[in-house]
Design a protein around this ligand. Structure first.
Ligand code: MN
Length: 296
């Protein structure tokens, strides 16, 4: 049975947190560490190779808009470097995450010492955040992320690593992910993606995990995926944009895309409540922004 370190706290997921908000949430804790989410203004903190310190808060996070994050780096990369350099965080540190994807789980668990600072975890995080390639750890953790159940996720990661059977529920979620990878493969085979100036795009009723797509479209500069927002939303479309394999030096953060929130390589209209712009029109906007910023 995996014993979850009790200094890891999962808080609500929302698009922007501020330092003062976090300090209000944890008034008794002098030592805070956030893993894998952006806190407003982090880029103005004290930046080192292993993360950012801002007003006493340690940020093991690759979402800040600074040059060193504009590459295939994950929060897990930073956590590994940090622990190798300084050791794990003592138990009086609060380690805060706001979602439970592969990178958030691995980076926080490495900071507590529950996981070793191993390169296999970095490979998993990079597969999850950037390349989408098959990877046992990444596929399991990405498949379980929506449960937001950290003990469940960690227990199944332990099963995987001990060559034991994972939970039935975990098994089902993992199968779903494997199926969606197969689906993407098939959609590409069937020519279901449209293309516009190197941008490959598709609209689907079912959401597609954007990280799974670039691998199967090696010629794509970018991929754009649209699916309907949930029925109770005010706006119509969730549109995701992600850099493809045939891109060099494009940083999505430098583009001014409508209703859009992102890291340098991927983002969506979800964080801003969706968009009413139709997919084709959105793709044209993406292209015109790239032309404006980077030349044709
Ligand atoms: Mn990440």
């Amino acid at each position: 049975m995996f014993k979850l370190p009790d200094n890891v706290v999962l808080i609500n997921e929302k698009s922007v947190y501020t330092y003062s908000e976090l300090k209000e949430m944890f008034p008794d804790s002098k030592l805070l560490c956030v893993c894998d989410f952006y806190v407003q203004g982090a880029e103005d903190g004290n930046i080192s190779d292993e993360g950012i310190t801002y007003d006493g808060v340690l940020n093991i996070d690759h979402h800040a808009p600074i040059e060193q994050m504009y590459k295939q780096i994950s929060s897990t990369t930073l956590a590994i470097d940090y622990v190798k350099e300084h050791g794990i965080l003592p138990s009086d540190h609060k380690i805060i995450i706001n979602h439970t994807d592969c990178d958030a789980v691995l980076s926080s668990m490495i900071m507590t010492g529950a996981l070793e600072p191993l390169e296999i975890y970095n490979d998993a995080a990079i597969a999850a955040d950037h390349t989408g390639v098959e990877n046992d750890i990444s596929d399991l953790l990405q498949a379980l992320q929506e449960t937001r159940d950290l003990p469940f996720i960690m227990e199944n990661l332990c099963h995987l690593q001990d060559d034991e059977k994972i939970d039935t529920k975990a098994e089902m979620l993992l199968e779903d992910r494997m199926e969606s990878r197969e689906e993407v493969k098939q959609l590409v085979k069937d020519g279901a993606f449209s293309e516009y100036n190197g941008i490959y795009y598709i609209g689907r009723d079912e959401k597609i995990e954007s990280e799974l797509v670039p691998e199967f479209l090696p010629d794509a500069k970018l991929v754009v995926l649209a699916s309907p927002m949930p029925p109770d939303s005010e706006r119509e479309w969730e549109i995701k944009v992600r850099l493809g394999k045939n891109t060099r030096d494009i940083n999505l953060k430098k583009l001014n895309l409508p209703d859009f929130g992102c890291r340098f390589n991927a983002g969506s209209t979800m964080r801003l409540g969706g968009t009413d712009i139709e997919l084709e029109e959105y793709v044209r906007r993406v292209y015109s922004e790239i032309s404006r910023v980077y030349g044709a």
